[in-house]
Design a protein around this ligand. Sequence first.
Ligand SMILES: Cc1cc2nc3c(=O)[nH]c(=O)nc-3n(C[C@H](O)[C@H](O)[C@H](O)COP(=O)(O)OP(=O)(O)OC[C@H]3O[C@@H](n4cnc5c(N)ncnc54)[C@H](O)[C@@H]3O)c2cc1C
Length: 361
Amino acid sequence: MYDLHVVGAGPAGSFAAITALREGKKVLLSEEHKQVGVPAHCSGLVSASGLRQLKDVVDYRRITLNTITRANLHGKRERMTLSFPYPKAYVIDRAGFDRLAAEKYENEGGKIEKGSRISELGDFRSHVIVGADGPISTIARLFSFPKISSYASSWQGDYAYSSPDLSAVEVFFDQSWAPGFIGWVIPANEEEAKIGLGVTKKGDLPRAKKKFLEHLHLAKKKPHSQFSALIPLSVRKKTGGVFGNHHVVLAGDSAGQVKASSGGGIFFGASCGRLAGQLAGEPDEYERAWRHAYGTDLSMHHLLRSTLDVLPMWGLDAWLMAMQRTRLDQWLMAAGEMDQYSKMLSPKTLLTYAKTWLPVE
Ligand SMILES: Cc1cc2nc3c(=O)[nH]c(=O)nc-3n(C[C@H](O)[C@H](O)[C@H](O)COP(=O)(O)OP(=O)(O)OC[C@H]3O[C@@H](n4cnc5c(N)ncnc54)[C@H](O)[C@@H]3O)c2cc1C
């Protein structure tokens, strides 16, 4: 028997496993696929600040495809550009991220079983379990955790596409292209971009995708590769519990620890994974710890998503215009955070907003 059995070698699972290992525990990490990270279901856009916080496990410089310093946010007709004088985010090779994290864990002495799918209670090799098995979690189902209340059905293709600005990501809020979520163009290099969208009603996906690709003049082009996947848009009401003699916690997508505003989940998944690795034996402590560290941020992303959802079509343009008229765009460029929105509420950062109203010398 092991001290801890971690299910799923994505960011949440590998970070949980390596954290527990570094604390001296005997850990087993199970991954259903024969190769960690493959197939990749992700665009790989991660904030520079987030990647720096994960650097003790994954050196992102080894897997960086592109550096992002700009975001163009598109409404119906309006557009707002946020430009940064430094790298704000990186496009990383997502399969590479998962592979490096798992390799680091193995190199430090961790045991991983690849091609090993956990599907029933008899498969567990410890009474302490981290379910880091993605958005449709078997572990959550086996222990009857409360359901994730909403998902975005998403699709992404890798296209031959020369972005006019290689350092900019394009985010589309127009609800006729991405009802309930967003569309995106993320340049990976001079010749290729990751182009995708999500919708909240699965049946809307084919029509939304068609309209979005027509807008980008890509309707007749075939992607090199493509996939569809679910993105959790809400956190489970409970993410840890004791069930008979099993102590179980959920981390990452399986817990719904994803930014509901954009679907980004690598930073929060890996960060909550670390806490899961430390506290899996004490599920209540884990629940308290991750909600204390990241709950406010995830709630703020959820609030932004809920606000966008209720805006009427013209409201998106009005929202983008209002952001610029009230100089919130300047504030975001000076002090904006991609993941940890709560950091923007510090007095120092709020003072930065006041400064945007000072006359320019
Ligand atoms: C279209 C799309 C684009 C995205 N783009 C971004 C982005 O740009 N930036 C970002 O930060 N996030 C992005 N995300 C979200 C991000 O991919 C997830 O939040 C992240 O992968 C969550 O990590 P995880 O470890 O919780 O789960 P996963 O990465 O899903 O890992 C779960 C692992 O568990 C394994 N597994 C599942 N079931 C079992 C089982 N029963 N037994 C054993 N193994 C099992 C799976 O094979 C997998 O390896 C995107 C998601 C989608 C769908």
